[in-house]
Write a protein that binds this ligand. Structure first.
Ligand code: GDP
Length: 457
């Protein structure tokens, strides 16, 4: 991705396709030049951040559409540059023609995430906040949105600030001691210095730990329902869907596959895998399908083993059991409305994380099932969540490197190594922290982050 800030970029900020209105966004030094050339009137120059009704023309002076134009002069804009937002009628022809007209004028189409990248490069937000923007746009549940908003609001950056200040202060203290040899830090001074940073190790460890929940919130979990045909997996699945609204993904082209619905379990996005297809088969294609399903089951975060409470445990049940026995599944005995509850072999029940009796047909026990699933998914950790948490592997990696470098530095210094050695490690810790917030950046990291954005953001 080009980090060139001198181009003026344009993109459709709303999804492509027919809609009531469409919003195009521009950022760069040529925003006003474009408006002067292609829009009637000039009012926006004197009254920034107000909307103006105007008419947009193509290069030949032919009208494209009536539009509402808002001008955000630098530096008080999303990117920090001059920004213009144009609302037009959401016709594909209007949008296409307007974009073409902008390209003819010399503007360039924005890459995914380029607006936010500019905001980052121009100091409007740090890297953690930029990731918050991406996560907020990607959020499908209220809980996800709340966590992303916290990050966007700079909660994580704020929490890191006191630790960073302390680190910088200790580093400069040691540097001074090195420069003025006669000021060599006395043993009690050493203790004080290490003491000031010792709390940081715990703080970083907690932060690292928060990724367990952060990952859950951001990526959700997969729950696999396993059991022989006819035990009621689909019925349970559907009952859970009814109780908890399914998540509707609006990505065009995604067909809603009945076996892979997503549902919202108290704010945690859940992908359910129904394993109706697990059975022995001579058919090659089917066998491959079964293998794939078995792999998915093994990778699921939570496995559920379903049996029919009204029918004796059969060989077929045993075969299904084989797919989940090592996963400490939750045992669900279905069809309790039939009034007979079979014995489940004790070695099966003993290898499960718990047992719960339900009736998918009569909608009984499903609330409890949902609670159990939520809890198995780690939901308590998520609900006790306070403040900021790490939501990406990148963040976790930076925090880990910071903590390890800090520990190495402290340990050596406590053992009596000179400031020089400690400084080497503490600077590494500071550098890792810088990478976390984006003060120290590598192009590859930026590319990785911003290319996951949608165009126009
Ligand atoms: P799957 O093959 O495991 O997905 O099972 P289905 O969900 O298709 O259910 C198989 C049959 O059992 C259907 O006829 C369902 O109506 C019935 N069934 C499912 N759950 C219950 C239940 O809780 N009680 C009773 N009585 N029947 C059920």
């Amino acid at each position: 991705m080009s980090a060139d800030l001198s181009d003026t970029i344009i993109a459709l900020a709303t999804p492509p396709g027919r809609s009531a209105i469409a919003v195009l966004r521009l950022s760069g030094p040529d925003c006003l030049g474009f408006l002067s050339a292609r829009a009637r009137g000039q009012g926006w120059k004197d009254r920034p951040r107000e909307s103006f009704l105007t008419r947009l023309m193509d290069a030949q002076g032919q009208e494209i559409d009536q539009a509402l134009v808002t001008y955000f002069p630098s530096p008080h804009s999303y990117t920090g540059q001059d920004v213009v937002e144009i609302s037009v009628h959401g016709s594909t022809w209007v949008c296409r023609t307007l974009l073409q007209s902008a390209l003819d004028f010399g503007l360039r189409l924005a890459q995914p995430g380029e607006f936010t990248q500019r905001a980052f490069l121009l100091g409007k937000m740090d890297l953690l906040q930029a990731e918050g923007v991406r996560d907020l746009i990607d959020s499908e549940t209220g809980f996800q949105a709340r966590v992303a908003r916290q990050q966007l609001d700079g909660e994580l950056s704020r929490r890191l600030a006191p630790f960073k200040d302390e680190l910088v202060s200790v580093i400069s203290h040691m540097e001074t001691a090195l420069e003025f040899v006669e000021d060599e830090v006395a043993p009690e001074g050493r203790e004080r210095l290490t003491g000031r940073l010792a709390g940081g190790v715990g703080f970083l460890a907690d932060l690292e730990e928060s990724f367990q929940v952060g990952r859950l919130v951001r990526d959700g979990i997969t729950i696999a329902l396993v059991g022989r045909p006819n035990v009621g997996k689909s019925s349970i699945f559907n009952a859970l869907m009814r109780a908890d609204r399914a998540i509707v993904t609006e990505v065009p082209g995604t067909t809603r596959d009945a076996l892979r619905e997503r549902l919202n379990l108290h704010g945690i996005p859940v992908q359910m895998v129904d394993t109706a297809g697990i059975r022995e088969s001579a058919d090659e294609v089917e066998r491959l399908g079964v293998e794939r399903t078995l792999r998915e089951v093994a990778e699921a975060d939570v496995a559920v083993f379903v049996v029919d409470g009204a029918e004796a445990f059969s060989d077929e049940d045993s075969r299904s059991w084989g797919a989940v026995r090592g996963l400490k599944p939750l045992l669900v005995v279905n069809k309790r409305d039939k009034g007979v509850m079979i014995e489940v072999p004790s070695e099966v029940e003993g290898a499960c994380s718990g047992r719960i009796e339900v009736s998918a047909l009569k909608d009984e026990g499903l609330e409890e099932l949902r609670e159990r699933l939520w809890s198995l998914a780690g939901g308590e950790g998520a609900s006790s969540l306070e403040g900021a948490l790490l939501t990406s592997v990148r963040q976790q990696q930076c925090v880990k490197e910071c903590r390890q470098a800090l520990m190495a530095g402290l340990e050596g210094y406590r053992r009596g190594l000179s400031e020089e050695f400690a400084l080497y490690d503490l600077r590494r810790a500071l550098e890792a922290l810088g990478r976390l917030t984006g003060e120290v950046t590598l192009d590859e990291v930026l590319n990785e982050i911003f290319s996951n954005f949608c165009i126009g953001k």
